[in-house]
Design a protein around this ligand. Sequence first.
Ligand code: TYD
Length: 133
Amino acid sequence: TVFDCSIIDVSKVHNYAGNITVIENGINIPFDVKRVYYLYDVPGGESRGGHAHYELEQYLIAAGGSFDVILDDGKNRKTVNLNRPNLALHIVPGLWRELDNFSSGSICLVLASHKYDESDYIRDHDEFLEFKK
Ligand code: TYD
């Protein structure tokens, strides 16, 4: 557990021909998924994120490769490395996040609790700190 965020082993169906990981609303995710997106072709050395959300909850999964997620609750910062497709980082609302150290060819799969809404973003870190007071 990092702040209120857990890393969940969403398990996998394994056989000789490989693995399948399944995530189903009401079964192994604590919110209903309304949107799925994924980050890929991130150039070496680039970082993503750099924002917080008022309401949005997310599952972040390294569907391929690996990357780091830096979480910041306004007081402390912690880094989580995601590197297996069966592990999901549950990010709760009100945390600043940055993603970096993407390995070549990595894919960050995101399952989100709401549709895209720019008004749910806090993109300014000072504004985030003010919100957390
Ligand atoms: P953003 O969430 O800021 O990306 P990241 O946190 O990975 O750096 O999104 C970048 C842009 O992509 C944003 O300005 C608008 C667009 N976007 C959508 O239109 N819909 C979406 O669901 C997402 C996640 C982003």
